[in-house]
Write a protein of this length. Structure first.
Length: 323
């Protein structure tokens, strides 16, 4: 009696191999991938923990902001940074502080902006926090909103700086006469000039989403002044508007070897009745080896791609019943 039978000229053994071999190879590849992942995880665990700011006594240059910075160092297997967290009155990252009263023109533009973040309009949470400015208690379903981010429009400078929290890091590339500030989220950047130039006059510039920025040192504080903004941007994710007359002041300090802080103030007499001071923002310095994948360190290319966003919005809109 033959053990191996033939079916239409093909041995049963061949059929068994044809079925079993791919599964065996897949299991082998999976095991290899798991081993590689374990090796990568071990390498990540081997990253030297960065001392917390209150215990780090190493000398450092207070005028050097170079490096990779994040407000969420825990994602890189580094110690948590409590002072980096957003402590605003509403969930999420924002300019925060105490929003000043809006001018009639500012209120009109404010009402046209429909954010999808913050406490939902009319929700229990919104009603439980009457002390929070209405700008953070009026969120609508994203499909019914008009956040420029949902169309992959440029975020604008104030929003880039305040949004560089969560998982999105930023990098400071510093030279003698210029700092280039690079943002992982939307893969954007801005230039801060320190070569003695002055800001352009109102009638001499074309508006930019990130404006024009010059800076000077006041002791250990880098004072950055920016003007010339495109007024289609929002200050943050809650839909606070700006005009093309807005002036943004940022005061950067390296407050410890691995902490960078900025205090921001917006002055926009067209939109607001007085200057608006943001809550301080703090970043933790991230070692290059902690932001390395396959031996390649640096920021990720986290772009907002219009075609991808349009595809995602099809499902977003259907979920909201929007046609």
């Amino acid at each position: 009696m033959k053990i191996i039978r033939r079916v239409s000229g093909v041995s049963v053994l061949h059929l068994l191999l044809a079925v079993a071999l791919p599964a065996l190879l897949t299991q082998t590849a999976t095991a290899q991938n798991a081993a590689a992942a374990a090796k990568a995880g071990a390498a990540a665990d081997a990253v030297s923990p960065y001392p917390s700011s209150d215990t780090d006594k190493r000398p450092f240059d207070k005028h050097d902001f170079s490096g990779l910075w994040s407000r969420n160092p825990g994602q890189f297997r580094l110690p948590a940074c409590p002072e980096c967290r957003e402590h605003g009155p509403a969930p999420g990252y924002g300019f925060h502080g105490t929003p000043p009263p809006r001018t009639p023109e500012g209120e009109k533009k404010f009402q046209l902006n429909k954010p999808g973040r913050g406490y939902e309009l009319g929700s229990k949470e919104a009603k439980e926090h009457p002390e929070v400015d209405i700008g953070m208690r009026r969120a609508v379903v994203p499909a019914l909103g008009n956040d420029p981010e949902a169309r992959c429009e440029p975020l604008g400078l104030a929003r880039l700086v305040t949004f560089s929290g969560g998982g999105a890091a930023m990098e400071m590339v510093q030279t003698k006469d210029r700092i280039v500030q690079r943002f992982e989220w939307t893969w954007d950047n801005r230039e801060i000039w320190m070569d003695g130039r002055t800001l352009p006059k109102v009638d001499d510039y074309l508006p930019r989403y990130n404006g024009y920025s010059v800076a000077k040192w006041e002791g250990d504080t880098l004072v950055v002044t920016s003007t010339g903004f495109d007024d289609r941007q929002w200050i943050d994710q809650y839909g606070y508007p700006i005009s093309d007359k807005m002036v943004l002041e940022e005061r950067y300090q390296r407050i410890s070897p691995n902490r960078l802080q900025v205090k921001m103030t917006i002055t926009d007499p067209v939109m607001y009745t007085k200057p608006w001071e943001a809550s301080p923002k703090v970043w933790a310095l991230i070692p290059k080896d902690a932001m390395s994948v396959g031996g390649w360190s640096g920021l990720l290319e986290d772009r907002c791609v219009p075609t991808d966003e349009a595809f995602f919005n099809q499902f977003r809109d259907k979920a909201a019943g929007k046609r």
